[in-house]
Design a protein around this ligand. Sequence first.
Ligand code: ZN
Length: 473
Amino acid sequence: MQSPRTNPTGRAHSARPWVPVAVALASAIVSGCQPAAPTPPPVDAVVVVVVDTLRADALGAYGAAEAVTPTMDALAEGGTLFERCLATSSWTWPSTASLLTGKLPPEHGLIGKDGSSISPDVPSVAAAFQSAGWATAAFVANPIMDAELGFGRGFDRWEGTDDSWDEAAVPLERATAWLAERQPGEPFFLYVHLVEPHSPYRPTAESAVALDLPAPPSEEDLGAVTRAYNLMIKGAPYDQGAIDDFVDWRRRCYAAEVRDADLAIGELLEVLRRRGPLDRTLLAVTSDHGEEFLEHGLMGHGGQLYPESVHVPLILTGPGISPGTRVAERVENRLLGPTLLGLAGISRPDGLAAANLTDGEERDLRQDEPSLLHLGNGGWIEGGEYLIPDEQQGMVAGDTVTVRARVEGGDRAASHRAFDPETPVQTAASTDVDQVSSEFSKLRRPSTTAPLSEELERKLRGLGYNLGRREPR
Ligand SMILES: [Zn+2]
């Protein structure tokens, strides 16, 4: 989606016409007395770390009470932190595909329905680096990110995982070996995807001890939780204590896994530092989505579009990035790719938004545009009922999210605040719902779809994912 206020070259206007001449002159005189800002050294390394399932408020830098992220917090202090960054969806496929293509899920096509895969017609950030002569590699610990879906496009080396949720040590070791093969001065784009803190939560013993994790709930406890949950969804009286204890245990396991991810990023930084100074290295840390802890009736992710699952961290460091800066404007991390390409001085491929998240004026202009969120189906809880929509379309305008759920028998819609996990759910204004429909109708959906191979479907089923072709049950 391009800003309507951009000129035909796609660049945001660089000057504001309303700046009074006297102010502009004074500014010119003052700046004329100042030494010119030093030009940052050219970028020759771009590293993107995606911490799967990392909600923004899990980081100390985003206000977490329990500080388990000293490495990411230090990166934020030395770089730029985006306080209000949105993923495009609340689960891995659509959101990570957006990170790698700059496109919204309906545009790139990987939405978890029949024939879902990343359309070969959409741009690829990795391919743009590759075309510019950069070495490109991805080391991915999430088994559902299969190269068959199009994730591997543009990477000289793509190493995923077959059927397990690899601990961070695996992609780190592979990335380290790949970095050791790089020649001095050879530019590279490195993508590392960690699955701590994605469930199943299996924190290291060190983090379990550090966070003093209690023993897991017994079978009996879990039975009580299930009974309480079923009553809660129906709006009937339920055992609040059973639910609270379970959520507390889950939250603590999650925090321990976040700590593990932070330690892994620290190790990766050490590997990079051992190669030499990082003054030409751009580093980005973000996530594909967050995690729900019953704030709005569900656990996990991929079911709804509330802040707990779409508000993600985004931290940038490196040449051209303002240190110690916190950006308050709403941004989307699908625009990270074009931003990194621009900072690295590489031409953006056709079809990729000419976006630069580090440009304050451009961010200002984008505040007038809505951000869109999408889910292929997910769940919808209303009036004690659990419904499965065909599709959920979300639109963030200002600080308000309107979600339209396409449900058999009639659409449902609700609104909430965009960056508050405790946000109450309200009735959506009909004009906002109409605008959601209108925004989604403008999107260009890919014309080609390819069903998943039987082998991949089998793998996904083994991992507990019922995706691709719907089988009679
Ligand atoms: Zn994910």
